[in-house]
Design a binder for this molecule. Sequence first.
Ligand code: COI
Length: 364
Amino acid sequence: VSPFKRDAVASGTYSTGPADVASIDWDNLGFGYIATDYMYMMKCDQGGTFSNGELQRFANIELSPSAGVLNYGQGLFEGLKAYMKEDGNILLFRPEENATRMQTGAERMCMPAPTVEQFVEAVKATVLANKRWVNQVPPPGKGSLYIRPLLMGSGAVLGLAPAPEYTFLIYVSPVGNYFKVCLLQEGLAPINLIVEHELHRATPGGTGGVKTIGNYAAVLKAQSAAKAKGYSDVLYLDCVNKKYLEEVSSCNIFVVKGNTISTPAIKGTILPGITRKSIIDVARSQEFQVEERLVAVDELLDADEVFCTGTAVVVSPVGSITYKGETKKYGGGGVGAVSQKLYTVLTSLQMGLTEDKMNWTLEL
Ligand code: COI
């Protein structure tokens, strides 16, 4: 029995019929927020059990000024995408991975979390209620429906303590390319990074390895400065040695040398990306050797290619990296062959264009 009320959809004026398609300029869509029809809300009291989740019309939410999330940053978020297949069915990509990552993050942030089943069912219900916002314009690949689950301490606190009530919320927005850059080949555009060697994103024993909201506020200063200088984003180094690559503000990083692809190992300061994990498996299936290890910033000088991975950025080839005033270029102004190959294999699977031998997609 579904724990969710679908009455909002069933009794509302909203229709999921094929003619009901939102008008979106997919060719010119970036990664900005567009309000959609429905969001999902589920609360949890001090008992720690989430219940009575329901779809509601998308709207602002009410929070006490004393809510734990507003005062002490007790919050997590997730990100995943839905694609529409040519037959009109919708595909989700590994949603249970987001559910378990939220549980891990919740444990670190002293919050209760929805069960994996509650999470996945809520994502399904939210996507179906907003079906008219999923890209239905061929060719596929121009955009997707981005799904943003949130978990927050919504109960009021004043002294520092875990909040007495939690809210799980999901909203969705149609999105196109994450970085504002010129597309060279379908879906792909090289980005320009700058290595930050003074400000850090995470510390050993901190929260860098979970998707807590404060991690993303912490990168805004360096990111804004980098963007003001014309860079796409910032690549962070470890804070102890100031030598090893960690991640980019919103994505993981991979360095290609010959047939070997290296990426920083997960050790508590790096977000364990679901696209990262999937690309490692895809690359191994394509006969690349993949190493998860400490990757020194100097290795960037010898690399043949560099690319980033993340739900929002998918696979983004890196065109150049600047470190202490010196710039190293990759891909000869174009998209590197390895980045292109891995992008194509992964997105074909996510969009249902190739057989899903990995059993990663969930069809709605
Ligand atoms: C994602 O890739 O889904 C993320 O959560 C990164 C976010 C900053 C857009």
